[in-house]
Write a protein that binds this ligand. Structure first.
Ligand code: SF4
Ligand code: SF4
Length: 307
């Protein structure tokens, strides 16, 4: 069975990528499972999509722990532990990264023996919504399996996106075929792993957890503000910056609209953004009456800080 895991951010089309690849496998006669996994968060949050394709009924469920292929649509996710991009990676696992950093550099950074392929990342785009990157990734993944033809891939894109207007479908087909052609030299290099059998099943090490007393196990939440430990600033792809010269100190506006309470008021009455917890939803920028909040790509702000 093939086990393929896509990683991206909400809004980058990873769910669609999984569906396109799943449909392509299905059209080639495979049994297929495809399922995205994400929480209730907004666009920009890390998410995964899993595709299993087998030649007999698939009984395995849940997240893919030992993938044959990992596809990463957004290279900024690789160092984010919460995204789990490298979870279960083995020497035999192939990796595709949509990135303008080259393959030797990725090997140097990750210190792994897996084969890494890079796809050219689109430049000057909002990385939270890179158009068509899902189709590009699906096409590249299809080529590495070696069991999906170009015509089948095109048919799968058509089936999955038939509700969209013609120009969008055409653009997605072009991107999918582009991904398929880019990895032509590596066709069939992803090898499906054997299914685990009941014969070598290892039972888990059970741990007995005694019941808590009722006053602790009851539904009342005793510990407040625990979300402060979750640094959702890692999800941010665009950074809001308050231009104090233009700010008129109406902090009840930006402070109230921020869904994460990431804007506080400094001793001089100016708003201050907590970048550890600002997710980059940009609601503050949209609501600020004098347009005193500008927005720059997160990558540029990191470069500015390092300069
Ligand atoms: S809404 Fe805009 S002008 Fe008002 S305090 Fe916030 S940043 Fe300043
Ligand atoms: S972008 Fe603005 S509104 Fe959104 S989380 Fe950050 S500070 Fe709050």
């Amino acid at each position: 069975m093939y086990r393929i895991r896509f990683h991206g951010r909400g809004g980058q089309g990873m769910k669609t990528a999984g569906r396109i690849l799943g449909s392509a496998f299905f059209l080639e006669g495979f049994e297929v499972q495809d399922s995205p996994r994400y929480g209730a968060e907004r666009r920009g949050a890390p998410l995964t999509s899993a595709v299993r394709a087998g030649r007999s009924p698939i009984y395995e469920r849940g997240i893919i722990l030992k993938p044959d292929l990992i596809v990463v649509a957004d290279d900024t996710l690789v160092p984010v532990p919460a995204a789990g991009v490298l979870q279960g990676v083995e020497d035999r696992t192939a990796i595709i990264i949509d990135s303008d950093i080259n393959e030797p550099e990725w090997h140097q950074r990750l210190q792994i023996n897996s084969v890494i392929h890079t796809l050219p990342a689109p430049k000057d785009l909002d990385r939270a919504e890179m158009p068509y990157v899902g189709s590009l990734c699906a096409g590249a993944a299809a080529r590495l399996t070696g069991v999906i033809s170009r015509a089948t891939l095109e048919q799968a894109v058509l089936e999955e996106l038939h509700e969209f207007k013609e120009s969008v479908i055409e653009e997605n087909i072009e991107r999918a075929l582009n991904g398929f052609d880019l990895l032509a030299d590596y066709e069939g290099t992803v090898i499906e792993n054997t299914d685990p059998t009941a014969l070598n099943y290892q039972p888990p090490q059970w741990i007995d957890l005694p019941n808590e007393s009722v006053n602790l196990a009851g539904p009342a939440v005793h510990g407040g503000a625990t979300s402060v430990e979750v640094r959702t600033g890692l999800w941010r792809t665009m950074r809001p910056i308050i231009e104090l010269d233009h700010c008129n100190k109406c902090t009840w506006v930006c402070g109230s609209f921020c869904p994460d309470s990431a804007i506080s008021v400094d001793p001089d009455g100016f708003p201050e953004i907590d970048y550890d917890h600002c997710k980059g939803c940009l609601i503050c920028a949209a609501q600020c009456p004098p347009h005193a909040i500008s927005v720059i790509p997160e990558r540029d702000s990191i470069e500015k800080e390092e300069a």
